[in-house]
Every structure is written in C-alpha cells, then in structure tokens.
Design a protein around this ligand. Structure first.
Ligand SMILES: [Zn+2]
Length: 403
C-alpha cells in the first residue's frame, strides 16, 4: 500500500504528546508545567491539558511541593507509582523469579522459586511459569493496582512474536511460550511478551544498575548458560533476528566438555554455573536433578573463602575462560563496562581477578581498553526486572493504559 504524507491524526498527535510529557517527568521529576512547556516546546495551555489527562489516567500526580521562581509558585509533578505495576518473570534451568515494579520503577514484589527446568516438558514449564505469573498478577491486583503488562525472559533464542526457537538448557525447541502463557492467564487483557533473558537483563542494568545510563554496557548472564545483553552506542543491540550476544557458545577448548548445544568446549560448558559446580565440587557430582543450584553455589563460596587450594585453582581456570569470552566482546564492542550477573555475583571475588588478567592480556587497547568488569548489584532479579521495565518503556513510548 502506498502511503504519502497525510494530515497527522489528532489522536496520534495527542498520544505522542502525552508520551513526551510522561517521559519528561520520568527523567526530571519533580518538575512544573512551566518547565515542561519551556523544555519540550509545547505551549503552556497544551501542557496543562496533557498533564490534566495524565493525572486523570493516574500516571502523574501533583506533590505538595512548590517551587518559587519569579512570580507565582508552581505546583510540582511526579510520576504516580501507586495505581499500576508491570511484571517480569525470568525462567532459568533451575529457578524462576518474578518481579513487579510500579510506574516510577519501585519494586513492589520480588520472588524466587526453584524449578526443574530440564526435567520439565515445555507444557509443564509453561504451567509453572503461568502459575507464578498468576500469583504475581493476583498480588498486584490485591494492592489495587492495574497490571500494565507481563514479560517473560528465557535463556534461549526468542522470535519477536514470542516463540522460543531454541533454549538448549531447557531442552526447548519452537515453543510458542507467549501463546501458552497468555492462554494460561486466561487472555488477561494486558500485553504478554517473551524475550531473551540477557536482552532483558541489560535493560535493567542500564536503567537501575550501578552503571545506569552507560551508553556502552554489556551484561553477562551467569546461569547454567551464559548470554550477553548488549547496549551499544546507547541502543540495545538486537541483531538481524534478535539473537545477538550468544557468547556462551564460542569455542574455548575444541577438546573440552560437551555443551547442551551439541558442540564441545563452548564457554558455558566451562564457565556456566553447572560446569563451575562440577569443576569445584567433583565430590558432589551426580547429586540428582538440576533444581536450584544455590546450595551448591554456597558450598563453592564456602570452600573458596576457606582457601581450599583445589577450589581456588578451579575458580581461576573458570575465570580465565570467562576472561577469554569477555575480551572477545570487549575487542568487538568497546564497552565502558561488562557486568557479571546471576551466579557470577557471589563468585565475583574469585572470578574477577583472572577475568581482568585475561582482558589485560587479550585486549588490543592498553589497560583493558578502559573497560571495567564488575559484579551486578541486581542479583538474580535482573532479567525479570528488565522484563517489567520493557512494559514501562511501552507506556513511555505512548501505549498508555486506557482510562
Ligand atoms: Zn554450546
């Protein structure tokens, strides 16, 4: 269909302007109507009308605060956190997390459940995911909030319409997770989306992490699998089909251990958390199903703290492999910071030194090219928080909740 220039639809312009004001307040609150008008270029009467609309939708509220400039005092505006929440759910091989945040970005719930990812069929897994989603939705509704949307993060390749093309560490192939969750929630009337866990986690990191606002930031998931979420020149890197950042499947050692993807010696077959546990705790091998690895990780930390030489040697080898992966990313993308997430966080005291040593040895730019490597402050909630944050991004982009 040919579409030439057309007169802008009034409703479209209005929605766009509402989003402009909402985003301005998100970034500058508390702020006055006059300030919004002066900065956005919208006229004062328009801003007043837009603000009235946003207050009626309960997206903004007036604070008691006033700012005395020359002339009349101005009433200040902030985002209204109370009426809405966005939900994110993270699926992993050994646990599920749910996070809800309000419109202002405050966390209103954060749950973690153990989950036998690899032992569950896609249908069983979807039931567990939907059950957790339903509980989160009910909790939000009980607090008299409306749900703006729910996004599920999965460790695998996800198509834009929410089909998990493959997730080797869950044993999934071509699972239409969005449809399944949507149906299990009873077609809930809010948008349900599915995305790659690393893509979501990096959004959370760039919004709420220690390096929030960084224009060049990489997040590495430290789970059974390892994936990279990438913000490059201020934008999330999405690739041709949405599958970038699969650093977990670069070959570190062609003779190395088998990987869930069917190849050998991939980074995650050496430095993924199951591989770390197998290497550091060989005496506990074959302890059964993969459900919540936290107790094993606690034991790895205990041995490392106690100075157990075998444990320290194993963590150093893992850190060197991880450093090889990080230096490939750093040489390609020139990040300001590489954030290690998930189970890498409690292991960071032992992983960071070998990672930094490898980065220094392999990076073409001097002194690691200026890239820092740090542990995430968001812990296991990053992908779920990012899932909820994408819902807020849609609101900020103009998909406002109906009155
Ligand atoms: Zn692999």
């Amino acid at each position: 269909m040919q579409r030439g220039p057309q007169p802008a639809d009034f409703a479209d312009v209005r929605a766009t302007n509402l989003a402009v004001v909402l985003r301005y307040v998100r970034n500058h609150a508390p702020c006055s109507r006059a300030e919004i008008a002066a900065t956005t270029g919208l006229n004062k009467a328009t801003v007043s009308s837009l603000v009235a609309d946003l207050i009626e939708r309960r997206l903004l509220r007036e604070t008691g605060l006033t700012e005395h400039r020359i002339g009349r005092p101005a009433t200040m505006l902030v985002l209204d956190g109370s009426p809405y929440a966005a939900i994110g759910i993270e699926v992993n091989a050994d646990y599920l997390t749910a996070v809800a945040i309000d419109l202002a970005g405050q966390q209103v719930l954060s749950w973690r459940r153990s989950f036998a990812g690899l032992a569950s069929s896609p249908a069983q897994a979807a039931t567990a995911i939907a059950a957790l989603g339903r509980r989160a939705v009910n909790r939000v509704l009980k607090e008299d909030r409306r749900v703006l949307g729910l996004t599920v993060g999965v460790p695998g390749l996800v198509s834009p319409d929410g089909v998990v093309i493959m997730a080797p560490n869950l044993g999934w192939q071509d699972v239409n997770l969005r449809d399944i969750v949507n149906r299990a929630l009873g077609e809930p009337g809010f948008p349900v989306a599915v995305d790659n866990d690393a893509n979501l986690a990096v959004l959370a990191e760039s919004r709420y992490g220690a390096f929030a606002g960084s224009q060049n930031l990489i997040y590495l998931t430290g789970e059974v699998g390892i994936g990279a979420g990438i913000i490059s020149d201020g934008r999330p890197l999405r690739g041709h089909r949405g599958f970038p950042g699969e650093i977990g499947h670069i070959t570190i050692d062609p003779q190395g251990p088998p990987c869930a993807c069917g190849r050998r010696g991939c980074l995650e077959a050496i430095a993924g958390i199951s591989a770390i546990i197998a290497r550091v705790l060989p005496d506990l091998a074959g302890d059964g199903d993969l459900t919540d690895l936290q107790p094993e990780v606690d034991e790895v930390v205990r041995r490392a703290r106690a100075g157990d030489p075998a444990a320290l040697r194993a963590l150093d080898e893992v850190g060197r492999a991880l450093g090889q992966g990080v230096s490939i990313l750093a040489n390609l993308l020139d990040p300001e910071v590489v954030v290690l997430g998930g189970y890498f966080v409690p292991l960071a005291p032992w992983l960071l030194p070998p990672v930094e040593a490898e980065l220094k040895a392999r990076r073409i730019g001097p002194e690691q090219g200026g890239a820092q490597v740090v542990a995430s402050i968001l812990d296991h909630g990053a992908a779920a928080t990012g899932g909820a944050a994408t819902v807020l991004d849609h609101v900020d982009a103009g998909r406002l909740p109906r009155l």
